[in-house]
Ligand binder design. Structure first.
Ligand code: ZN
Length: 149
């Protein structure tokens, strides 16, 4: 990691909102330039732009939980509203809600996972340089570059 990049990263505070906005766009929470994902839901081991290690994330099934929560709260009221107002045949329900549910779920998974990984990064969780664990310098030490004189 270069001195310029190190100067841009405050090792004691990280802005959660900025990081999560970057994560929502699939960008590195640290620099906002590099891609966070190397595949649809595979987080890159490190940022290709600044080298920030991203493999520490433990998003696990939190993204799917939040996607189900959000999509459910959008689609279920719509289903009830359409049914009570129009009472369409079942094939209309099927052709409306299945594509909408699948589209929303697939469309939201990566942005939400990006935001969760960024939130973990901003809160120094799971090896992202935890304050309590004394691992603040861990991202620099694990960058693969020898910083010793
Ligand atoms: Zn980066």
């Amino acid at each position: 990691m270069t001195g310029q990049v190190m100067a841009d990263i405050d090792p004691t505070t990280r802005d959660s909102m900025t990081a999560m906005k970057r994560g929502l766009r699939g960008r590195c929470p640290s620099c906002g330039r590099g891609r966070m994902f190397r595949a649809f839901l595979k987080v890159a081991d490190e940022c290709p732009a600044c080298g920030e290690p991203l493999h520490h994330h433990r998003a696990d099934d939190a993204p799917s939980y939040f996607v189900i929560l959000i999509v459910g709260h959008l689609v279920v009221p719509l289903v009830f509203m359409v049914e009570t107002e129009y009472a369409p045949p079942y094939w209309v329900h099927f052709s409306l809600w299945l594509p909408l549910t699948l589209g929303l779920a697939i469309g939201l998974l990566q942005p939400i996972k990006g935001a969760i990984v960024a939130w973990q990064w901003a809160h120094f969780m799971h090896g992202f340089g935890g304050r309590d664990s004394g691992e603040i310098d861990a991202p620099l030490a694990s960058s693969g570059r020898d910083t010793s004189p």
